[in-house]
Write a protein that binds this ligand. Structure first.
Ligand code: BGC
Length: 347
């Protein structure tokens, strides 16, 4: 197990940013930067032992700063959309930064994906890690309260990328942190993900309106192209889903506090399997619908439509405005704590 550090570049306001390389006992390697907590690369073996980088991204910090659809980033203070960037908490209406049509998306104009985190290298019996800390000040992007966040990535010797999210606040605030890697188990830049076989452990989802805001309904996936309770190729019914998959699934869970299986993805060519476990009640399955070939990634290949998919574990979108969804409110004195694991194997 090793962890090493190099300079990745500087932000526009001159803050130096680093790139950390974490290697586990089996040679699985990930590079993570403290700019946005971005997972820049994740190298895992296929069934023959051949290594590929299975996440989309860039080679340089400048490219991430210039234009990135949240490649590999920590997303916060609230992932996904909040309708019209407004919500009322304890009788006070808050107005958030609006950055997606009339809505608030992924934390606003300068979300947690665009800030520099303090980094500390950690070694635990289970693997090597990087502990990232960030203080989001009262009023940032319109949110109430000083929110202290700690996100720890651990690369375990069981070939898992484990993410621990922790936070505390001094005023009640919504919080919904997630991770935005775009995966391609055949290797980044290596075509689309439509042939990947996906299983989602979810019997229902939260339908949305034209602006991708949940209607509030929790609907069964049964007899619809949204259903992935049985493994199916991502592309097998995608033409029946307007715009492609960009849905929040309501996960089947036995125990609310423990990690449970959210998803399993298999790519036949490489034999790679990725399983996702989480303590969260939902997962956004996004099939890279807005990738359009205008961005070229690490290997120089343009990332076309569906060249990567995201599985963003989360509370449901627009929760601050939906009383029937599990609450995203963190109060002073409480501890926010969630875990998500992306586990790699081959078949
Ligand atoms: C959302 C998409 C959004 C994308 C941004 C996903 O998490 O669900 O609607 O366009 O992030 O890259």
């Amino acid at each position: 197990m090793i962890i090493s550090k190099e300079v990745f570049g500087k932000t526009a306001d001159g803050i130096s940013v680093d790139l950390y390389t974490l290697t586990n006992a089996n040679g699985v390697k990930t590079r993570i930067t403290n700019y946005g907590g971005i997972v820049v690369s994740l190298e895992v073996a296929d069934r023959e032992g051949k290594i590929d980088d299975v996440v989309l991204g860039y080679n340089s910090l400048a490219e991430y700063i210039k234009d990135s659809p949240y490649f590999g980033a920590v997303v916060g203070r609230c992932g996904n959309r909040i309708a019209k960037g407004r919500f009322t908490l304890d009788g006070v209406e808050y107005k958030l930064a609006v950055n997606n049509g009339e809505n608030h998306l992924h934390g606003g104009l300068k979300g947690f994906d665009k800030v520099v985190w303090e980094a500390e290298e950690v070694e635990t019996p289970e693997g090597v890690g990087l502990k990232l800390s960030y203080l989001s000040k009262d009023g940032e992007e319109g949110y109430p309260g000083n929110l202290r966040c700690v996100v720890t990535y651990t690369l375990t010797n069981d070939n898992e990328l484990k993410i621990n999210y922790e936070a505390e606040t001094d005023k009640a605030t919504p919080i919904n942190l997630t991770h935005h890697s775009y995966f391609n188990l055949a290797g980044e830049g290596n075509g689309d993900i439509l042939g990947h076989e996906l299983m989602l452990n979810a019997d229902s989802y939260t339908p949305v309106d034209e602006g991708l805001i949940p209607t509030g309904e929790i609907k069964s996936v049964k007899d619809s192209p949204i259903d992935f309770t049985e493994p199916a190729a991502i592309g097998s019914r995608i033409s029946q889903v307007e715009g492609g998959y960009d849905h929040n699934y309501v996960l089947n869970r036995d125990n609310e506090d423990l990690l449970s299986l959210a998803a399993r993805v298999y790519e036949q060519g490489s034999g790679r399997v990725m399983e996702v476990y989480t303590t969260e009640p939902g997962v956004q399955f996004y099939s890279g619908n807005f990738l359009d070939g205008s961005l070229a990634g690490k290997s120089g290949e343009a990332y076309g439509k569906h060249y990567g998919f995201c599985l963003e574990t989360q509370h449901f979108p627009d929760s601050p405005n939906k009383a029937n969804f599990p609450s995203v409110i963190l109060n002073p004195g409480e501890k926010y704590s969630h875990i998500t694991v992306y586990k790699f194997a081959t078949r």
